[in-house]
Design a binder for this molecule. Structure first.
Ligand SMILES: C[S@@+](CC[C@H](N)C(=O)[O-])C[C@H]1O[C@@H](n2cnc3c(N)ncnc32)[C@H](O)[C@@H]1O
Length: 251
């Protein structure tokens, strides 16, 4: 999506007490950034304008959130949305400007968030080579695994069928068990669901929202994700197996 440059975003973020672009300095110290570090820590990756984030943060003041995106322009909007919904004193959110492709530089084994949200990440479906840029690609999932709490979860939503199915294979391969799956989140009445900017757009177009909750389980996967390519044959076989496994568990 093309966005016009927002001149006000950078100065507003620079003056914001709950914004940082220096995530590397907070590695292993994220919990201490909040008034009560003992509260659960949730991380939202690719938060965009933070429309759903603001609703979620206001509804759950007992949870500490770190929300991350690459773009200062959208983070400027996220800051404004948060202040509008939660008030000037936003105490349970830290906004982080970072490239999630290198997230292991900013989150470490002491951080241990209990939950990661990935909502409507770019599907990168045009060319197979682009798949490695997906926020659910094994390159990414193995990084998240390294700092996620034991039994920690990734909550994933998308409008895109190909990204959804490929991601089911990625999650399984990277040692995440699907504890909830839906091919139509709204029809299934998932609650509470905080609707993001992109979710609203696809809902209005009548596109079903797909999603799932994926829980970290052992043992540690042992493969090189930088070389990983999901071939059509493997994809088909893996999905067949995964669907059978889910049917069996639902019986
Ligand atoms: C399609 S938007 C979705 C935004 C929001 N989650 C929503 O549901 O409305 C994807 C977001 O991911 C961010 N993004 C994509 N790749 C990223 C990366 N490598 N690091 C940080 N943010 C990234 C983009 O800047 C964009 O804001």
């Amino acid at each position: 999506m093309h966005m016009r440059k927002k001149k006000w975003a950078r100065p507003e973020l620079a003056a914001c007490p709950f914004f940082t672009e220096e995530g590397e300095q907070r590695k292993n110290h994220w919990r201490e950034q909040f008034p009560d570090p003992s509260r659960p820590l949730h991380l939202e990756l690719g938060c965009g304008k933070g429309v759903s984030t603001a609703l979620m943060a206001a509804a759950n003041p007992e949870i500490n959130y770190v929300i991350a995106d690459l773009s200062a322009d959208v983070l400027g909007d996220a800051r404004r949305n948060l202040v509008q919904t939660c008030g000037e004193e936003v105490r349970n959110v830290q906004i982080l400007e970072t490239d999630i492709c290198f997230i292991e530089r900013v989150f470490g084994k002491e951080d241990l968030p209990e939950r990661i949200y990935i909502h409507f990440c770019n599907p990168w479906t045009e060319r197979p080579k682009q798949a490695k840029k997906r926020l659910t690609h094994p390159r990414q999932l193995l990084q998240y695994r390294s700092f996620l709490a034991e039994n920690g979860e990734i909550w994933f939503k998308t409008d895109d069928d190909t990204l959804f199915e490929d991601s089911l294979v990625y999650f399984d391969l990277c040692g995440f068990e699907a504890v909830y799956l839906t091919h139509d989140l709204h029809r299934d009445g998932f609650y509470p669901n905080y609707i993001s900017e992109h979710e609203r757009k696809y809902l209005d177009l009548g596109v079903p929202i797909k999603g799932g909750i994926f829980r970290k389980r052992g043992p540690e996967p042992d493969f090189d994700p930088t070389r990983y390519r999901l071939t059509p044959g493997v994809r088909q076989a893996a999905l067949l197996w995964l669907n059978k496994d889910l049917d069996r568990r639902n019986e």
